[in-house]
Design a protein around this ligand. Structure first.
Ligand code: G16
Length: 566
């Protein structure tokens, strides 16, 4: 197919100095769709310019998105620009759709130099929703700081971008399309692939599908309910859980990806997945799960909506890890959680003598540890769990991990969770989000708090609420030295650690799209079996009081309470 010559177009004169392009590596602006003219073109040209010209011809990039509004039109522009920039080959999910875990899987499988993911993750979609662009590198994970900084530097001075404006790609037909370009770069190929196939194949090699099939469709099958929330994961659920593992069609709902996620907020938590929670309360289903827009997050529920806290979820998987055949082959190289995630995983690591890593929020540090062979399983409190099978968190993998545990233990979700607490103790955990806070007030509150915490007299201070008394043992701003590349990440969150191990953590979100989001995390360990089943909010109320008192959060930001409690 012949296309018109490459064009070089001028970008708006004002450089993008104030906008770090939104890769997840550049977390500050990840999900903000900048409305400045040609933002997409600037971002993509900066990514391509960061790849040495000599390497582009022989290279392959994987492209996919979560199907939200602008997904397809953005991919059409990316294809035109890839051609003009001399990229040899693109592999794209059919109709431009591919889940984040699947992109990671395909990058690794075909040894691509990286991938571009069009997603704003768990944030709302549609014409008035969010949009984002992510750049992943050849290990299948989010680009590290060194790469994103380079892209950012390029973006600041970029004046032009290259494009083949007449190149028309057919995103709907599976197969190869070749384009002869009237320039020195040729041929340019685009391969449209089934977005589910490689990913499903990977899962077949990780889990025992015959055991899962028996549990989901055999004579004594359990009943499950999976809510794809009109995000990208619907076709994966249908193909893998329903077609292949035999779960009836009505066990999977909201499976057609929509540009606006059906007007819902595709974020799997008790607030936004309320429909699933309601349905599960009825007791008809034994197991439930919901996913976010791009398929990397998950929420696990048991019968009657028994909620599995994500920090507990990764701990349970760790404690039962050999229910998953993959780990029988690889062994367990290490466990990891992000700093604000509860210490539930630490209890398992301690008991099993497996090395535990505590990393900054986000998936990048996990990827480094995995590449270095130091990490097998990891998770975050924000509904993310995953393993070294790819370099992103993985919602559907987590569901199959839980189902494998259910199959091995022949117990319900609730029984498994309660047994776990009896054995390891329970970490009560909650997160308060204060969204759309005035940014200046939020930064000031955090810096004032850091000043209070840095005062020598703060260590040893006692705080009492009712009968409860907590004494400060340690207070700092979390810092992480990456044991693999030696990089140091500072200012990762303020931690107040008490003598009984309870923790209060404050940090500013890196993914919000309006104002600032303050996150307050509370984590408290309990080993008294009598108190094990108490209500989380009741148990943690004294620590919440102390956190608000020390930080003066409400007074300093004008907030009267959190917008979301998890
Ligand atoms: C939030 C969560 C993090 C998570 C990040 C990206 O970041 O708190 O745990 O890693 O989103 O999640 P996703 O890959 O699903 O977009 P923050 O900085 O807003 O707290």
């Amino acid at each position: 197919m012949d296309v018109s010559p490459l064009q070089v177009r001028t970008l708006p004169t004002a450089p993008y100095a104030d906008q770090k392009p939104g890769t997840s590596g550049l977390r500050k602006k990840t999900y903000v769709f900048e409305t400045k003219q040609d933002y997409l073109q600037n971002f993509i040209q900066s990514v391509f310019s960061s790849i040495d010209l000599r390497d582009r011809q022989g290279s392959t990039l994987v492209i996919g998105g979560d199907g939200r509004y602008l997904n397809k039109s953005a991919i059409e522009v990316i294809v035109q620009m890839a051609a003009a920039n001399g990229i040899g080959r693109l592999v794209i999910g059919q109709n431009g759709v591919m889940s984040t875990p699947a992109v990671s899987c395909v990058i690794r499988k075909i040894k691509a130099i990286g991938g571009i993911i069009l997603t704003a993750s768990h944030n709302p979609a549609g014409p008035s929703g969010d949009f984002g662009i992510k750049f992943n590198i050849s290990n299948g994970g989010p680009a590290p700081e060194a790469v994103t900084d380079n892209i950012f530097q390029i973006s600041k001075t970029l004046e032009e971008y290259a494009i083949c404006p007449d190149l028309r790609v057919d995103l709907s037909t599976i197969g190869k399309q070749s384009f002869d370009l009237e320039n020195k770069f040729k041929p340019f190929t685009v391969e449209i692939v089934d977005p589910v196939e490689s990913y499903a194949n990977m899962l077949r090699n990780i889990f025992d599908f015959s055991v899962l099939k028996e549990m989901l469709s055999g004579p004594n099958h359990i009943k499950i309910r999976l809510d794809a929330m009109h995000g990208v994961v619907g076709p994966y659920v249908k193909k893998i859980l329903c077609e292949e593992l035999g779960s009836p069609a009505n066990s999977a709902i909201n499976c057609v990806p929509k540009e606006d996620f059906g007007g819902h907020h595709a974020d799997p938590n008790l607030t936004y997945a309320a429909d699933l929670v309601e349905t599960m309360k009825g007791g008809e289903y034994d197991f439930g799960a919901a996913f976010d827009g791009d398929g990397d997050r998950n929420m696990i529920l048991g019968k009657h909506s028994f909620f599995v806290n994500p920090s507990d979820s990764v701990a349970v998987i760790a404690a039962n890890i050999f229910s998953i055949p993959y780990f029988q082959q690889t062994g367990v190289r290490g466990l990891a959680r992000s700093m604000p995630t509860s210490g539930a995983l630490d209890n398992v690591a301690k008991a099993t003598k497996i090395q535990l890593h505590e990393t900054p929020t986000g998936w990048k540090s996990f990827g480094n540890l995995m590449d270095a062979g130091k990490l097998s399983l990891c998770g975050e409190e924000s509904f993310g769990t995953g393993s070294d099978h790819i370099r992103e968190k993985d919602g559907l993998w987590t569901v199959l991990a839980w189902l494998s545990i259910l199959a091995t233990r022949k117990q319900s979700v609730e029984e498994i969770m309660k047994d776990h607490w009896q054995k390891y103790g329970r970490n009560f955990f909650t997160r308060y989000d204060y969204e759309e806070v005035d940014a200046d007030a939020a930064y000031k509150m955090i810096s004032d708090l850091e000043a209070v915490m840095s005062d020598k007299s703060f260590i040893g201070q006692k705080f009492s609420v009712g009968e409860k008394m907590y004494q400060v043992q340690k207070a700092d701003n979390f810092e992480y030295s990456d044991p693999v590349d030696g990089s140091v990440s500072r200012n990762q969150g303020l931690r107040i650690i008490f003598t009984d191990g309870s923790r209060i953590i404050f940090r500013l979100s890196g993914t919000g799209s309006a104002g600032a989001t303050i996150r307050l995390y509370i984590d408290s360990y309990e080993k008294d079996p009598q108190k094990m089943y108490q209500d989380t909010q009741d148990m943690l109320a004294p620590l919440v009081d102390i956190a608000l008192k020390i930080s003066q959060l409400h007074q300093k930001t004008g907030c009267s309470g959190p917008t979301v409690v998890m």
